[in-house]
Design a protein around this ligand. Sequence first.
Ligand code: ITT
Length: 222
Amino acid sequence: MNPTVWFLTSNQGKLAEAAHHFANFGITVQRLEVPDGAVVEPQASDLETVAEAKLRQALAHLPHEGAMVMVEDAGLFVEALDGFPGVYSSYVHDTVGNQGMTRLLEHLQSEDPVMEKRLRAASFQAVAALWDGERILFGKGECKGSIASESQGDGGFGYDPIFIPADLDEDGEPLPPDVLGAVSTHGKTFGAVEVDLKHRFSHRRRALEDLMRQFPSPGPDR
Ligand code: ITT
């Protein structure tokens, strides 16, 4: 039987992306259900602290002894806003949404598209925390890019329609805005491309890969 990772999340998009990633390794992902109010997200200034605090609370709700449980916390960090909304990304998205974010950055414009991308630089960051039955492992991932001047595409979830990833070179490393990479959305946002293409850039995939590197080979068997 495939090993299972129980993912504590209320976000269907995150669940689907994690399931897609882990399927490549023969690992099944199931949503961990906990009673309302059983896990409280702390106010903290970094994603790792938030993820660990949520994971520790989730451990009281293991579906069975020895189960693997995962939490993954992500955020959008905009350079011109000193990293805001960062750990407040969920709240900001629920309140002002993508339109509010693009309005906040309206003044960052240039005749030169490359300069405009620089002014609007941002990154998605993700921290995954996994209880492997014995200890907590952490994985981190980042996806560099920029914020579009308006929403584009109705795919993906959250901030996907306003985030344009930076092109990647052959090794998957992000490139400056004036260089066309081996992997590119050609200026489209994550909301306007297929999920498989988002996956090639994704902060989530990178965080999960970072986690997988720490699993004992050939992978957990439970
Ligand atoms: P859980 O904490 O229940 O897992 P959440 O939606 O609150 O779900 P996060 O705190 O990780 O998830 O995400 C913060 C915000 O960033 C939230 O509005 C997400 O929709 C958004 N977000 C996270 N990952 C994203 C991605 O890959 N693409 C677009 N938006 C994303």
